[in-house]
Each structure stands twice: as C-alpha cells, then as structure tokens.
Ligand binder design. Structure first.
Ligand SMILES: CC(C)(COP(=O)(O)OP(=O)(O)OC[C@H]1O[C@@H](n2cnc3c(N)ncnc32)[C@H](O)[C@@H]1OP(=O)(O)O)[C@@H](O)C(=O)NCCC(=O)NCCS
Length: 220
C-alpha cells in the first residue's frame, strides 16, 4: 500500500470506453464497504464476484441514465470513481435500450437474492429514506470509491473536489446530498463541508448517516 500523501492522479469525466472499467473499480472498492456487508452475506467468493458484477452493471446503467461519472486516473489506470446525480441531466441512451440491456443480467441479479439479508433490508429501508425537509433541488453523491491499493493517498479528496466543482456550476441547486453506513466515511465527509442532517440506527448497531453539503460550504 502507498503511504505518501501526494496523489499522482487527476480527475476527469469518464469516456464511454472506460465506463465498464470505472464501474468495476467502484464495485471492487465497495466489497469492503459497511452497507454492502450489512445487506449481503459476502462470506463466499462466488457471491462476492457476482455482487461486484451486478454492482458494476448498476453504475454503468446510472451513467447511461445521465449521471456524471468522474474518474481518477494515474498513468493509464483508473484508480477511483465518483458517481453524481444532477437532476434534469439528459439520458445517454433511451430508456427502452437501457431496459433491454439489463435483460441478459437478470439471471445473475436474481441469483443474488439468496444472499441478501432480507430482514436487514426491510428494517433498514426506512432508515435509508432521505430526510423529507432536505433543501431542493439538490445533487446526490451516489457513490465514491477508490481502488483499495490506492486508498489513503488523497484520491478521494481529488474526486470530491471535482464532484463539488461539477455541482456548484448548477446555480439552481441547493447543494449535494449523500448517505453512508460507515462512521469513518461520515467523518471524511464532515471534513469536506457535509453536515449530518439525519442519523438513523437499525438493528445490531447499524447506523445510516444522511449528510448534506450546501453550495456555500467549504472543505475543512
Ligand atoms: C472512502 C474512500 C473513498 C476514501 O478514499 P481515500 O482515497 O482513501 O481517501 P483520501 O486518502 O483522499 O482521504 C480523504 C480525506 O479523509 C481523511 N480521512 C481519512 N480517514 C479518515 C478518518 N478515519 N476520519 C476522518 N478523516 C479521515 C483524509 O485525511 C483525507 O483528508 P485530507 O486530504 O484533508 O488529509 C475509500 O476508502 C473507499 O473507496 N472505500 C470503499 C467504498 C466506500 O466506502 N465509499 C464511500 C461510500 S459512502
């Protein structure tokens, strides 16, 4: 693992040819994420691989639906990604084509159902709801991920700075919203100007943190 704090990476919009790779980097990073491990039984390698493929496909579909996918690139390698939803962005492919594109993946998605901790999902659904009084309209940070071997080198900072710059040009937006199930991530986001707007605990010590970063916020 790298220990230097200098990030030898830069951030830009993904190109169409890179979407699958960027989605895969995000999928791999999320294997260790708290929410994923709360909702899925990932003790088997086969399930982890299947979840990563489904997760990567979901990221790609969101990009096709119009979300922004920013990538951190070091050399010619994608080392991190941020998926940002900005309301009103046009889709990159028509809805019918996106729906059709999902059909070959249905079997894989359905086979994951066995490994979902359904009782936890049901008990967490309410906790995942954003607070009703969030300032609107707002962008949403759907996902932020750095490849495990590159974590701790400042790449999340580069991605977050770019994501914030991306949404701040949208003058009609009030800010950017996210939720996380990880107290460490909550602390990271706090340093970047996010404020905790709702904290909801569910089940065996699992807490969902809802956070909002108003446009006027500055990173700490
Ligand atoms: C969360 C994640 C994106 C962070 O990526 P990273 O590249 O390791 O983060 P960085 O090295 O850029 O650090 C970001 C900032 O958080 C700070 N930070 C790191 N760990 C921290 C902690 N435990 N508490 C508070 N701040 C912390 C860093 O010091 C840094 O701030 P600085 O630039 O002012 O020093 C990465 O761990 C990841 O991909 N995890 C798996 C997926 C995930 O959980 N995504 C978030 C879902 S909501």
């Amino acid at each position: 693992m790298r220990t230097d704090r200098e990030a030898p990476a830069w951030v830009r919009d993904v190109t169409p040819g890179e979407v699958a790779r960027a989605a895969w980097v995000a999928a791999e990073a999320f294997q260790g994420e708290a929410f994923t491990n709360w909702l899925f039984d990932l003790s088997r390698e086969r399930v982890r691989a299947q979840l990563a493929r489904t997760f990567a496909r979901t990221v790609a579909r969101k990009w096709e639906a119009g979300d922004s996918l920013l990538v951190a690139v070091a050399g010619d390698e994608i080392v991190g990604a941020a998926l940002v939803h900005v309301p009103g962005q046009p889709a990159r492919s028509p809805r019918w084509r996106r729906a059709l594109g999902s059909v070959p993946h249905l079997g894989r998605t359905l086979s994951l159902a066995r490994w979902i901790r359904w009782r936890r999902i049901l008990s967490t659904l309410k906790a995942m709801q954003p607070p009703p009084d969030l300032r609107k309209p707002h962008a949403t940070l759907v996902g932020l991920a750095v490849a495990p071997v590159h974590q701790g080198t400042g790449i999340a900072r580069l991605l977050l700075d770019s994501a914030h710059a991306r949404v701040e040009v949208e003058a009609d937006l009030e800010g950017i919203y996210l939720f996380t199930g990880d107290a460490r991530n909550r602390d990271i986001y706090t340093r970047f100007g996010y404020r905790l707007v709702r904290e909801a605990s569910r089940g065996a010590g699992f807490t969902v943190y809802h956070m909002f970063r108003p446009h006027e916020a500055q990173a700490g």
